[in-house]
Design a protein. Structure first.
Length: 324
């Protein structure tokens, strides 16, 4: 017998943002196992089961009230157009809905829904993120949360939070990858016509004055580097690909990606190494060579620093989940 599907419940509150509300149903609904079986069941609810007004010019009707939250394996709180609608203070129906969460349920917020989790005390002494435009308001209201406004999402094990809008898709793909491996997550990404992962974090989307407006950017240099991750890449080579001085290139690169060129290269090499560990039987030293780390020991050090596991442990986890 196949195990029961993982149940994802999405909570829609007054002022819900329709775009992000639809992301979990689309992402998890497309996830299929080796035999085409659905891996997730997605249910949408409101606190009382009645329609809620969205942040746009229409309302949304749902099939369920908050009682389904007690059956959730993962609860996702969808964002609202103005956090003050549901957090100043947390309305009793919302608090009652969250009170139905059973022990062991994975909690997820998209964008401004982090305010809801924080107002309920669920982010106390935890790392989290939210939309960068609301970061200062969040910090003022919830100082016990270790807020990082520069990332697309934060995975703190049983509580995960994402940044604004499309970062909700990044987080859903991350959850699918965590649950079932990269092959299934990448297939969902292809069906949604989105990248399986995105470079950098929110920092690249925060408006900043650009010192000089030549019309150039670093995209071509990044594309050039991605084709050559197996070999050493010097900063001067990257700058030359963009037709910039090293100083200008470094400044522009940080503004566009939120990372230094060195940080970005290491992240890309780690992502390539992870894909190779997940999808191939190459020895670890060959994975390290193809990903540009030079040696298995260097790969081990970087992977341990990034996610706290060895290449062998990572491979066992993800190949085992993908195969299972």
């Amino acid at each position: 017998m196949r195990p029961a599907m993982h149940r994802v419940v999405v909570l829609a509150l007054p002022g819900v943002v329709p775009f992000e509300l639809g992301i979990p149903g689309k992402a998890f609904g497309l996830a299929r196992g080796p035999d085409g079986e659905r891996l997730y069941e997605v249910l949408t609810c409101t606190p009382d089961g009645r329609p809620v007004r969205t942040g746009e010019d229409f309302s949304i009707a749902v099939e369920h009230d908050a009682s389904v939250i007690a059956t959730a394996d993962t609860l996702i709180v969808a964002p609202v157009d103005d956090p003050a609608r549901v957090t100043d203070p947390l309305p009793e129906p919302v608090a009652a809905a969250l009170g139905r969460v059973r022990p062991g349920t994975r909690l997820v917020s998209i964008c401004t829904a982090s305010f809801v989790l924080a107002a309920a005390g669920l982010l106390d002494d935890r790392p989290a993120t939210t939309h960068w435009a609301y970061a200062e308001r969040f910090r003022g209201l919830y100082p016990r949360t270790a807020l990082d406004r520069d990332v697309l999402y934060v995975d703190d094990g049983d509580v995960l939070t994402s940044a604004g809008a499309a970062a909700g898709m990044d987080l859903c793909l991350h959850l699918i990858r965590r649950d079932h491996g990269s092959e299934i997550a990448n297939q969902v990404a292809r069906l949604c016509v989105v990248p399986p992962w995105r470079d950098g974090g929110q920092a690249q989307y925060i408006a900043r004055p650009v010192p000089d407006a030549t019309g150039n950017d670093t995209a071509a240099a990044r594309a050039w580097a991605l084709r050559r991750l197996h070999r050493p890449i010097r900063l001067g080579e990257l700058a030359a690909q963009a037709g910039m001085s090293v100083r200008t290139f470094s400044r522009r690169f940080l503004a566009e990606t939120g990372q230094t060129p060195g940080q970005w290269l290491t992240a890309q090499r780690l992502e390539l190494a992870r894909r190779l560990l997940e999808s191939s039987d190459l020895p670890v030293d060959r994975v390290a060579e193809q990903a540009g780390f030079g040696s298995a020991s260097s790969l081990r050090q970087h992977l341990a620093a990034a996610i706290g596991v060895s290449p062998a442990a990572y491979r066992r986890t993800f190949q085992g989940r993908t195969a299972g």
